[in-house]
Design a protein around this ligand. Sequence first.
Ligand code: 8DG
Length: 134
Amino acid sequence: MTQIPLVVVAAALVDAQARIFVQQRPADKNMGGLWEFPGGKVEQDETPENALIRELQEELGIATETACLAPATFSTGDIDGRPLLLLLYVCRKWSGTVRPTEAADSRWLRSHELFALDMPPADEPLVAMLDALL
Ligand SMILES: Nc1nc2c([nH]c(=O)n2[C@H]2C[C@H](O)[C@@H](COP(=O)(O)OP(=O)(O)OP(=O)(O)O)O2)c(=O)[nH]1
């Protein structure tokens, strides 16, 4: 049976020291304990950018806008047998202070430090791309 991909959006928030924000998924969630970029699923009738703006507000308490979300790269994979399309944006401009509301842990890391983290399989190409880009 053909399945429509699950579209997930994620942000590489980059601060003035070129560090990137990552957070650890809570143990009770799918892929619990893995490190990820903030973001989540695009809901019906949402644009990817609006979904990411919503997720950043919900998960981190920060506000940003579409013009501040630079499409960086994407990756593909599957989640529980459903195709996954993971869209990564780079965001350098937001208002408010990053305060994770749901994460088990969080860190600001240089791009090369991301390679040492346990992340979902679909994130590996994203990390390589960020490391080349930043
Ligand atoms: N946020 C995020 N999700 C990722 C990344 N890499 C990756 O494979 N995923 C997967 C994990 C999840 O199965 C899915 C995102 O779903 P989620 O559970 O975080 O999204 P959500 O906030 O919309 O979740 P919910 O309302 O269903 O709880 O994408 C990543 O870097 N960031």
